[in-house]
Write a protein of this length. Structure first.
Length: 254
């Protein structure tokens, strides 16, 4: 299989850097092809600009329209086109990052912002004119996985932990990005207590990550509800017959 591994840590000697190198070596040994986007090493520009779309600065920039026009016309920036090509070839996409302020680092958010433009990540239409998203889209069939580290202890991101549950913290990425674009989302890999990591702890983390990679194409994805599966009404509000009396992010998971 082809796996795109996108990582975001400024120091290759970090815990994240070491685990990434180990994971890529393991994937190669298992017969997979790993495509890597090490965003800091690439010097990735995370900022959307008119130059991304060869847009005339004399005219107001409508990002969605400009990006879809550039995508269709082949004038989108070369660095964006290269990353889009990696995504197209990927059977699985892995985002690896340290959890900074309850989200991914800015450079990785900028990778998402610039690569997943209208016509590639969103604004995908069905034959009847409806929008393909939340379980449907160009990336349907692609698997997706987050590998993240945090300085805090694992119990702080448990269902009653003070930081909120891990799945809810990662909901904007897992549901709002992966699932929106059609990818099947696997439960995340968490490396907790990163600032207190011991040699034994690292060995355990490495083994755990490799075990998850071994089941990358067989693990059951998170059972998010599909937009067009009949569970949402015409306004995309969950029907009262599903998760009655409940609200919040968790109602969007079966």
């Amino acid at each position: 299989m082809n796996i795109l591994w996108v990582s975001a840590h400024p120091d290759p000697r970090s815990l994240n850097g070491s685990l990434r190198d180990s994971a890529l070596k393991w994937l190669a040994g298992a017969g997979h092809t790993a495509m890597e986007s090490d965003l800091y090493r690439m010097g990735w520009n995370p900022v959307v600009t008119a130059e991304d779309y060869a847009h005339d600065p004399a005219h107001r920039l409508h990002v969605a329209t400009a990006s879809s026009t550039a995508l269709a016309g082949g004038t989108i920036a070369a660095d964006i086109a290269a990353e889009q090509d990696k995504v197209r070839r990927a059977d699985a996409v892995v985002l690896q990052f340290p959890l900074w302020w309850f989200s991914m680092p800015a450079i990785m958010k900028g990778w998402v912002d610039r690569v997943f433009v209208e016509g590639f990540g969103y604004g995908i239409r069905k034959a009847d004119g409806g929008t393909r998203r939340y379980g449907d889209g160009l990336l349907a069939g692609t698997r997706a996985l987050i590998v993240t580290s945090m300085g805090g202890s694992e119990h702080t991101v448990s269902p009653r932990g003070i930081n909120g549950s891990l799945d809810e913290l990662l909901f904007p990425i897992q549901h709002g990005f992966f699932w929106y674009t059609g990818m099947s989302v696997l439960p995340p890999v968490l490396i907790p207590s990163a600032d207190r990591m011991t040699d034994d702890g690292y060995a355990a983390a490495e083994t755990h990550l490799q075990a998850r990679l071994a089941t990358l194409f067989s693990d059951r994805p998170i059972p998010y509800r599909t937009q067009n599966g009949g569970e949402y009404d015409a306004n995309f509000v969950l029907d009262d017959t599903h998760a009655p009396g409940e609200s919040g992010l968790r109602v969007h998971t079966r």
